[in-house]
Design a protein around this ligand. Structure first.
Ligand code: BES
Ligand code: MG
Ligand code: ZN
Length: 489
């Protein structure tokens, strides 16, 4: 589906040629293309500014049905993300025109501040991710994804980047998997069903799959998970995915919050925006998709995904504010607010991961707090760690993949705020402020001496308006980030 092709504009008729254009420089290295750019810039409406778009039909310069010129903006600001966006816009435009394929002219790497591999990677990622539609609930499927995306490169490059291409394809398939899970409505992903959906895919890969059902969770005293699940008719599951490559030296555990619907429980959330709480399993989706992708990519590091899956509902059997439960670790927790449920299931999963697998590094990913979205907005995740190297690694991978993370503090003295009068700890802060931090500090009380990071993705996990390479719904945030990170740990 993703291909590299030699850019000789000879006899074969091209259906659609897309040319990315900078406003202040010719970034291509081809006479035909330069002629087309010059011609486009002769029109007032096209300057090559970001978002500019011009179409020529059957132009004399090239044997193509249509040529779409896409503005990127200035050369200085043209980075990897600009190329992703261009790739996404190119594909989305073709989908809307009911076309079946696209050919994108790859800029000359020497003319922009990127190596050729990055240029190809950026365009391909944007194009592949932009080619994904979530229409399984529509009877009238208006459009179809493109069946072919081709990048036009110099003849000597056609065979050079096959490995890169298949990597991009696998990683993006992982993101799409996570997107689909997150966008799926909660009635079709209640804990048993969501677990099964992950298991059936995981079993096709080189992964060891274990599921603890409600009886095993009771037997082994997963008090946090059981408390959150108590209000729902759907039973909780703890899903463990193990990727055990031979000769691996280190173990990384990934823990993902899987609340298939967060009503808030007895501390019921207000109705506005409640439907969005189907996305409260985005951490679980990202972790599951990352494990599946790691197995496909054959990454070197041993990776264990530990995924607690529950539904947070109010009912006659639900946990009450004021309840005290004993977590898997043995520590008791006062549930001051049933809507702070994510941390209750995460601590059980974290303790279990550490006890069973003794990982060198543990990273949890969760749509944990509205406060984090308030602090960093809808596009940036909060990264918390006591370990500078790990935090920097996450921020670095975030920059590279544009799944951006901003490091947040873990101040010792804020731990005061989660002290309970009656139990070992309470699940809500006594202060209104700094909720993302106190949630992270709560988790930190359960990581023992394991090198740990927490990534709060409450902001970027879901979008209500489509972007250049993502539709409305789950964004798949975290998959590209974690896949990049795993190769560096
Ligand atoms: N799932 C929510 C956090 C959330 C909010 C995710 C908005 C995505 C978008 C979480 O379970 C929650 O309800 N957190 C509470 C914590 C509070 C009760 C201490 C919150 O953020 O208000
Ligand atoms: Mg909640
Ligand atoms: Zn939640």
């Amino acid at each position: 589906m993703l291909n590299l092709e030699s850019a000789d504009f000879g006899k074969v008729k091209i259906e659609t040629l897309v040319i990315p254009v900078c406003e202040d420089n010719d970034i291509h290295d081809d006479q035909t293309i330069s002629l087309l750019i010059e011609k486009a810039k002769g029109f007032k409406e096209f300057k090559g500014e970001k978002g500019d778009n011009l179409i020529f039909y059957n132009p004399d310069e090239v044997n193509a049905q249509r040529v779409i010129l896409l503005g990127l903006g200035t050369l200085e600001k043209t980075d990897l993300e600009t190329l992703r966006q261009a790739g996404g816009r190119a594909v989305k435009q073709c989908i809307k025109k009911d076309l079946s394929e696209v050919r994108i002219a790859v800029p000359c790497a020497g003319k922009i501040n990127l190596d050729i591999a990055s240029v190809i990677e950026g365009l391909m990622e944007g194009a592949f991710l932009g080619n994904h539609l979530f229409d399984r609930y529509k009877q009238d499927k208006k459009h179809k994804p493109l069946s072919e995306i081709n990048l036009l490169v110099k003849p000597d490059m056609v065979d050079k980047f096959n490995e890169l291409l298949s990597r991009v394809e696998l990683v993006c398939q992982g993101s799409i998997l996570a997107r689909d899970w997150v966008t799926t409505p909660s009635n079709d992903k209640r804990p048993e069903a969501f677990t099964q959906s992950i298991v059936s895919l995981a079993e096709q890969e080189d992964l060891t799959v274990t599921v603890l059902d409600e009886k095993e969770l009771e037997l082994n005293k997963f008090g946090g998970m059981l408390a959150v699940a108590a209000g729902s008719l759907s039973k909780p599951r703890l899903l463990v995915l193990e990727y055990n490559p031979k000769a691996a030296e280190k173990t990384v555990a990934l823990v993902g919050k899987g609340v298939t619907f967060d009503s808030g429980g007895i501390n019921l959330k207000p109705s506005s925006g409640l439907e969005e709480m189907k996305m409260d399993m985005a951490g679980a989706a990202a972790v599951a998709a990352t494990l599946i992708t790691a197995a496909r990519l054959k990454t070197r590091v041993r990776t264990i995904g530990v995924i607690p899956i529950v539904e947070n509902m109010p009912s006659g059997n639900a946990a009450r504010p004021g309840d005290i439960v004993r977590s898997y670790s043995g520590k008791t927790v006062e549930i001051e607010n049933t809507d702070a449920e994510g941390r209750l299931i995460l601590i059980d999963a974290i303790s279990y991961a550490i006890k069973q697998y003794k990982p060198q590094t543990l990273i949890d990913m969760a749509t944990l707090t509205g406060a984090c979205a308030v602090a960093l907005g809808e596009k940036i995740a909060g990264a918390f760690s006591f370990d500078d190297q790990l935090a920097e690694g996450i921020v670095f991978s975030g920059k590279k993949t544009h799944e951006r993370c901003w490091r947040m503090p873990l101040p010792e003295d804020y731990k005061e705020l989660i002290k309970s009068d009656l139990a070992d700890i309470k699940n809500m802060s006594s202060s209104r402020w700094g909720g993302a931090i106190t949630a992270a500090l709560f988790l930190s009380e359960f990581v023992e001496d394991t090198r740990w990071a927490h990534i709060d993705i409450a902001g970027p996990a879901y979008i209500e308006k489509e972007s250049d390479y993502c539709g409305v719904g789950g964004t798949g945030f975290g998959v590209r980030l974690l896949c990049d990170l795993l190769e560096k740990l």
